[in-house]
Design a protein around this ligand. Sequence first.
Ligand SMILES: [Zn+2]
Length: 182
Amino acid sequence: MIGMQQIHGSYVVRVSQKDDGKIIENCDGLISNDPKVTLLVRVADCLPISLVDKKTHSFGLIHAGWRGLDKGIIKKAIDLMQKELRIKNSDLKISIGPHICQKHYEVGRDVFSKFTKYPEALLQKNNKLFLDLAKIAELQLINNGVKKENIKISKTCTFEGPSLPSFRRSKTSERILVKLNI
Ligand SMILES: [Zn+2]
């Protein structure tokens, strides 16, 4: 199993069996085509995004909150999969796991204004501002050649689920572990 340090950056690394047991530093995305590898991400409110291409046996796992989305981690991961693993963007199947939903994700004006090019992901209500992280991710995926019908988004909100860790709800150090291998 291979994990990542998760610093809300956009650095994506290709890994293989020789990295087994490591936590890759300064890293928020891993890609591989090594069937012996299992990728690991830890989340509590942020998006766990898995990318799979069965044709080339390639897979990737991303940790993304608003910072990572703003820094373009989705594009960086897809570009690296294309360059290193020869995937076609239109073949990618995406799954976004449990995360904080829009109505529980209030943000400040500074964060809100970074995403004005994704109006479908923005909500203003009672002088409060809310972001839909999964919608931003979906729009960025589509902008990078992923087919809409190949994107699955979990409806489970970490903030609402008392059995799930939510940093917003309880400042917890617990995390959901999402594993990916093929
Ligand atoms: Zn919610």
